[in-house]
Structure formats: C-alpha cells, structure tokens
Design a protein around this ligand. Structure first.
Ligand code: PLP
Length: 409
C-alpha cells in the first residue's frame, strides 16, 4: 500500500490564487460585461527586452548547427553567465564572489523551496509575516512546521509580524531560531530594510549560528541609497547568509525561467556531533543529483541582460513598472488610504478602510471598482486588514484602476 507524505495533508486547503480566480469567475458569471482590471497576481506584462530575444534566437541557431551544438551543460550554470552575474550584480557593489559560489537555476521559487532540504528537520524556522508563501509551505511539506493552529499559523514555525507599529520590519525573534527567511524588498508589503537594520539580522545569525535565507528577487527595484541590494554588503554575511536572485521580475523572465542562488563557502551548518559542514558543498551535491541545469538558450538570454543594450532596456522596464507604482501609491494616498511600499518595490500594501477584513475589501473592490487585488491575509496572519496591489499592469490599466478606486470607493 502506497502511503502519502502526510506533511502535505497539513497544508490548508485552497491556494490563495485559486480562491481569487474562483471569486472572479463567479463575479464574471453574474456581470459578464464588467471590465475587470487585474492588479493582483505578481506576474509581469511587458515583453522580453529585444537584446534578450536576440541572444536567445542566436543561441537556438547555435544549437541547430553541428559545430556549435551543446548537450548537457554544467548543473551550476555556464561560466559565461556566472562571470557576468558576479561582475555586474556584486563586484560593482564591492562584493567579491567566486564562480563556484553562484548556482544558476530555473527559478527563485524552486530554490527558495528546495534549499531547506540541506537542513535537518529539527531546525526551528522563522519567517516574516506576511511573506511570500513558498517558505512556509515548503517547510510544511518537509515536516518542520508542526500542526496548523486553524488561525493561519503552524505551531513550530516562528512568525515575525511586520505591522504598522514596527514599520513593516520584523523584530528579532524572542526565542531561539535556526533558519531565518528574509525577503527584502518584501513581497507583499513592498518594504525594505536599511543597512543597519539588516546588520542586526546578520549579527543575530552569527551569534546564534543560524542561517539567513535572503530572498532578493526584487533587488532591481531598489531606488533609495541606504537600502542594501545584497545581504553580502553587510559585514560578516558571507558566514551566515544564502541569497536568492531571479531574472523574473528584473528582465521579464517569468515565462522564460532563469534565476540564481549564492552560497558562499563560509556558510555552515552543523551535524549532531557539532561538526561544521559547508552548505555550498551540500547544495552542489543536491543540485548535481536533482537538477540538470538551465537550457543553453535561456542562459544566453540571461547573459544578454548584462550587455550595454540589455542593461538599458531592463532599466526602462523597471522604470515603467516603478512609474505605475508611483501612480498607485500617490493616487491612493491622495484618496485618503494608508499605503506602504511602492518606493523600492513593485508592490503597494494598502490598509483596508475602517478595519475591514482583507477578503471583504477584496470583494468590495471587485464589485464596486472591478479591480482585482490580493487579500493580505493570503500572505500570513499579519496580512489581515491589508490588500496588495501590483505595479505590473499596463500603464493604461493602472491609471484607470486608481481612478476607479478614487471615484467608487
Ligand atoms: N521570491 C519572491 C519573493 C517572489 O515574489 C517570487 C515570485 O513572485 C519568486 C521568488 C519567484 O521567482 P521565480 O519566478 O524566479 O521562480
């Protein structure tokens, strides 16, 4: 008799985005002519930059010629890409990495979900709340969460509330934790940590021999000077932090798939006898066993992000979305809403008026303005009373959505 992994059965029923789709479909059945604007799901809408498309086409042509055909590539990524990553994303900010510390992959979702595999099941996991749901769910599947308490939280996970009182920045944990997921700029709040705030986390991890899993998928959206782009800009972070990056939101790769994870050689975890082990070696072992690398045309496309034209085109993409973010942020503020984020991130975190529940406000926004957001409660218990809007729509729809919210609500 085949037995299931019962950890999967602990996951609460409906996935956030399927529940949103269900409600939208129901609304559309009754209101078939409603002109719905979706500022909910965090997918990009602008096409790939031309430099990326050109590089991918050329790489596909190479794959079709005997002299330039390539079979299996290195599981950690081609050096032509890792070198560009190191030069442009790190060395330019004073961070030195070696090629074997960068692991190219097909997504930050897979990497943030899979990385927990190299840690023992007894580790206590801490997550900011609200946050991207993958960190909690992947630890639930692995068996680190304990039971669901029925009120949106798992008993063995330490939640670090991000609230209006602490400026949406988590406080250090009051009880011992071993693995700490931090995501800044944050999805869903759009908020960031300043250099000295991030340093407190690095110091905590060093003092407690904990590991920080730092998700910097939205790094390219940072505009303010004192916000670090990489955790390795903080002294000592090489000893305690793994960093996840993605081309998805930077260069429109959500459907093309390319990302990377940095695992410095100094980051360690311990066995039951107290002996230290390099996470870099464990992650390499994991990847070479379970992953066969990103396709050559996609890595060639990702490398084009770092060409002169690629950089310019990517900057234009991000400027486009950040102008949307400004329009949403300022429009809603002018209409009297309390908003967070949207300055260093493509997310705007809106406080629901009059203490309304997030799903109630979601329904009201859909019914009265025909605008779809994402209920904050879907990102964790502390997201209750908030709604997330994204800057990834078209300019026209963004302007229309803000107008409608101002007029109808
Ligand atoms: N990390 C965060 C915080 C995200 O919001 C997302 C996507 O929404 C991802 C990772 C996933 O990135 P990728 O498309 O590289 O899998």
């Amino acid at each position: 008799m085949a037995l299931v992994n019962e950890n999967y059965l602990r996951l609460p029923g409906s996935y956030l985005f399927s529940e949103i789709a269900r409600r939208v479909n129901e609304f559309k059945k009754i209101n078939p002519d409603a002109d719905i604007i979706r500022l909910g799901i965090g997918d990009v809408t602008r096409p790939l930059p031309p430099a990326v498309v050109q590089a991918m086409k050329e790489a596909v042509e190479e794959m079709g010629r005997e002299e330039t055909f390539r079979g299996y590539g290195p599981e950690q990524g081609y050096e032509f890409l890792t070198e560009k990553i190191i030069e442009n994303d790190f060395r330019s900010r004073g961070v030195n990495l070696s090629a074997d510390e960068v692991f190219v992959s097909d997504g930050a979702k897979c990497d943030t979900a899979n990385f927990q595999e190299v840690f023992g099941l007894d580790n206590v996991v801490a997550v900011a709340d609200p946050v991207y749901p993958v960190y909690v769910d992947s630890n639930v599947m692995a068996g680190r969460s304990g039971d669901f308490d029925g009120r949106g939280r798992f008993k063995r996970i330490v939640y670090l509330p991000c609230t209006e009182e602490n400026g949406m920045k988590p406080d250090l944990p009051q009880t011992g934790v071993d693995l700490i997921y931090l995501c800044f700029p944050n999805n869903p709040t759009g908020m960031t940590l300043l250099r000295e705030e991030l340093k407190r986390w690095v110091d905590y991890a060093r003092e407690n021999r904990a590991v920080i899993l730092f998700d910097a998928a939205y790094e390219a959206y940072i505009r303010e000077e004192d916000v670090p782009h990489s955790i390795y800009e903080i002294e000592g972070a090489r000893e305690v932090a793994v960093e996840f990056r993605s081309f998805s939101k930077t260069a429109g790769f959500t459907g093309t798939r390319c990302a990377y994870t940095v695992v410095p050689r100094e980051v360690k975890a311990y066995d039951s006898s107290g002996k230290a082990h390099q996470l870099n070696a464990l992650w390499l072992r994991r990847q070479t066993t379970k992953f066969n690398g990103v396709s050559y045309p996609v890595q060639a496309a990702a490398a084009a992000v770092y060409s002169e034209e690629g950089k310019k085109q990517v900057r234009e993409l991000i400027d486009y979305y950040m102008e949307n973010a400004r329009i949403i942020r300022e429009g809603l503020k002018a209409a009297g809403y309390k908003v967070f984020g949207g300055v260093n991130a493509p997310y705007i975190w809106l406080k629901t008026p009059g203490g309304m529940g997030s799903w109630d406000f979601f329904d009201r926004l859909m019914r009265e303005a025909h605008v779809i957001g994402t209920p904050g409660a879907g990102f964790g218990a502390s997201g209750e009373g908030y709604l997330r809007l994204t800057a990834f729509g078209s300019r026209e729809n963004t302007v229309r959505a803000v107008e409608r919210i101002r007029q109808k609500l």
